[in-house]
Design a protein around this ligand. Structure first.
Ligand code: AMP
Ligand code: TRP
Length: 339
């Protein structure tokens, strides 16, 4: 199945009356199936109806990544990936967070209305503290404040993300309320928007798909890699024998088939009645994922071979946002009593 892109309406100017959408994604080096099904698909859809702004969050990445050369490379790779998956610079604004340093200034200003206790109880902070006990840097704690600044500096109201970001979005809303209560109505409360796959489980079938866990399906990987990853997937653990009936509702492979073919109910039925075995169902899934992403992968490989083109898109994106970011900062300065 070809990667479907929505039709292209006429380009609307950035300062239109359309509601604004914003999302950020870490330059993690690969785009996995969870990123696409959980978030990026919505980035693509929203760009036609919203003033859509998408950001590669390299400042955030510094809380966990310390290799500058790698970070720079991965930032460009993420940009190429997003463009390959259907972000169209004529319909959305794609940029790199550190190209708009106003985000970090606003993060400081928002930090002054944010109680430390809110940050300490954030689930991702608690998780990262355990994951990297030797590097519990201040950036990890203040991460959600920068995320709130990313969104509200453009006064975005709609934020396409996976469910793992729900707590961060709730915190953004609380920060907005705290700011508005202290300095008067300034920012709208942003709302998370989910796809129909808000949490995609990894190949282990238990935890969410995540690069840091190593349970991903890499959609731009070579076909052999995708086959290997899909074949390693844990299915229904109670189905021991080939003749045992399966339980598609708890089988991650069956769940993923939902997104890669209209015949998924038939596939589920095959599993339920033991007409088909897990291996067949996995083989079919791997081939469908490979075919589905083949056109995007081709675009990705082409884009990554033209780094100047990608850099140009990113530079234009950042330039386009400058007046918006500056206007918000000016308004905030005035309200807070800065000169
Ligand atoms: P990250 O790579 O953590 O920056 O994630 C980028 C976007 O993908 C965020 O909106 C996440 O919520 C979303 N995402 C990441 N992993 C998953 C997953 N396993 N299932 C659904 N959405 C995800
Ligand atoms: N924290 C998000 C993630 O890990 C990335 C992010 C940074 C973001 N700023 C954002 C997401 C603003 C939505 C809006 O995926």
């Amino acid at each position: 199945m070809a990667l479907e892109l929505a039709p292209s309406p006429a380009l609307a100017p950035l300062a239109s009356e359309r509601p604004r959408a914003f999302s950020g994604i870490q330059p993690s080096g690969i785009v996995h199936l969870g990123n696409d099904l959980g978030a990026v698909r919505n980035y693509v859809r929203l760009q036609y109806d919203y003033d859509a702004i998408y950001c590669i969050v390299d400042y955030h990445a510094l809380t966990t990544t310390h290799d500058g050369t790698l970070l720079r490379e991965r930032t460009r790779e993420m940009a190429a990936s997003l463009l390959a998956l259907g972000l169209d610079p004529e319909h959305c604004t794609l940029f790199v967070q550190s190209d708009r340093p106003e985000h970090t200034e606003l993060a400081w200003l928002l930090a002054t209305v944010t109680p430390v206790s809110w940050l300490e109880r954030t689930p991702t902070y608690k998780e990262k503290k355990l994951n990297q006990p030797d590097d519990v840097n201040h950036g990890l704690l203040t991460y959600p404040v920068l995320q709130a600044a990313d969104i509200v500096i453009y006064k975005a109201t709609v934020v396409p993300v996976g469910r793992d970001q729900a707590a961060h979005l709730e915190l953004s809303r609380e920060i907005v309320r705290a700011f508005n209560a202290r300095y008067g109505p300034t920012f709208p409360e942003p709302q998370a928007v989910f796809t129909d796959a808000p949490v995609v489980l990894g190949t282990d079938g238990v935890r969410k798909m995540s690069k840091s866990i190593g349970n991903t399906i890499d959609i731009f990987g070579a076909p052999e890699l995708i086959r290997k990853q899909v074949m390693s997937m844990v299915t229904d653990t109670k189905r021991i024998l080939r003749t045992d009936p399966g339980r598609p509702a708890v089988c991650n492979v069956c769940q993923l088939h939902r997104h890669f073919g209209a015949d998924y109910e038939e596939i589920w039925d095959g599993e339920r009645t033991a007409r088909t075995g897990c291996v067949d169902t996995k083989k079919l899934l791997a081939e469908r994922i490979i075919a589905y992403y083949a056109p995007a992968r081709e675009r990705y490989l082409e884009l990554i071979s033209k780094p100047a083109m990608v850099d140009e898109v990113l530079a234009a994106g950042a330039a386009r946002l400058k007046p918006l970011a500056e206007a918000t900062l000016a308004e905030v300065h005035a309200k807070m009593g800065l000169r």
